[in-house]
Design a protein around this ligand. Structure first.
Ligand code: NAP
Length: 305
């Protein structure tokens, strides 16, 4: 009996790496996909094959380039002869680096046109277009496979999952292109779910909150009031969580998201859903933190703000 195959984009790092590890632990063959991290991807694949009785392949592709998403899916399917779960996870934040490697940040209202265009294009090319093409090709292969099971009753359950973000809805002026890319994917999921359903293929989105990965290891622009050291994004949101910004007072580890990714793809009757796995980040509003906001309001009134 052949094992099911799970292909995860961006599995050379962070959340994607945790997802391939978890699927392998559940008996799936996996494809570890990378863009720049070939050595990291190989090390993850070696670790998986050493630990579990499964095959871990490695394929590179720059998914911001038009034909690469198609090649990646075709190659995975050719090598393993099947595709049961396809997870679109690759993604970048909308930071643009200058020639010296420094992060160039502007307030939205002050952003010069070239920068405005560059950061939107960089994010949409990968987060939206790469995921869109990847999902389309995965769906095409899965429908073909389902059709080849014709006459045997309902085809086997297959699943496509897009790792999006709560930034699809959560407002953040410094992350508009990122939020646009993730919100755009929501519509892909809705449309694809309808085409996929008759073939017993489910299509969903997993919307993580803040996760401690290399993506959130970049500087946040917030400084420690005592040392002056700039916190990373993960540190800033970790402190906010501790302070009551979300129901669970800590940010996620990559495996917290991987557990959900595996679970969501096993649910046979859930499709077209965009589910937050965010420790209650999106539950937070003024009410649970009324004391905090009341005190801040009183402080500002005192200071004539
Ligand atoms: N971390 C969070 O707090 C958080 C929250 C919500 C949503 N997410 C989403 O979760 C996903 C994974 O993020 P992460 O935090 O795990 O980030 P990460 O550790 O930075 O991993 C990003 C992955 O994307 C790949 N990638 C980058 N550019 C690519 C390109 N041009 N073509 C193909 N792949 C490319 C990277 O490959 P290489 O390293 O090989 O270049 C890497 O495997 C992203 O879609 C992100 O938007 C993350």
């Amino acid at each position: 009996m052949t094992r099911p195959l799970c292909l995860v984009t961006g599995s050379s790092s962070g959340i994607g790496a945790a997802i391939v590890r978890r699927f392998a632990a559940h008996g799936y063959d996996v494809v570890v996909h990378y863009n720049s991290g070939q050595d990291r991807a190989r090390a993850i694949a070696d670790e998986i094959s050493g630990r579990h009785q499964v095959t871990a392949g490695v394929i590179g592709a720059d998914l911001s380039q038009r034909d690469e998403a198609f090649r990646l899916v075709d190659e995975a399917r050719e090598r393993f002869g099947r595709l049961d779960v396809a997870i679109s996870n690759s993604g970048v934040a909308n930071y643009v680096r200058g020639e010296d490697g420094e992060l160039i940040r502007h307030r939205f209202q002050e952003c010069p046109p070239e920068h405005l265009d560059r950061e939107m294009a960089r994010v949409l090319d990968l987060n939206l277009m790469g995921a869109y093409r990847f999902g389309q090709r995965a769906l095409k292969h899965m429908i073909e496979a389902a059709k080849s099971e014709a006459g045997t009753g309902r085809p086997s359950h297959r699943s496509i999952l897009f790792v999006t973000s709560i930034s699809d809805a959560a407002p953040e002026a410094t992350r508009i292109p990122y939020g646009v890319s993730k919100a755009g994917l929501n519509h892909v999921i809705l449309g694809a779910a309808f085409e996929a359903g008759p073939h017993n293929i489910t299509v969903n989105a997993l919307r993580p909150g803040v996760v401690d990965t290399p993506l959130t290891a970049r500087p946040s622009g917030v400084e420690d009031p005592e040392s002056g050291r700039e916190y990373t994004v993960a540190e800033t949101y970790g402190l906010m969580a501790k302070g009551g910004s979300q129901a669970l007072p800590w940010i996620a580890e990559p495996d917290d998201i991987a557990v959900a990714a595996h679970a969501f793809t096993q649910i046979p009757y859930m499709t077209g859903q965009m589910v937050a796995v965010d420790g209650g980040f999106t539950l937070a509003n003024g009410f649970p933190n009324r004391e905090l906001f009341l005190n801040e309001g009183l402080r500002r009134r005192r200071e004539g703000d």
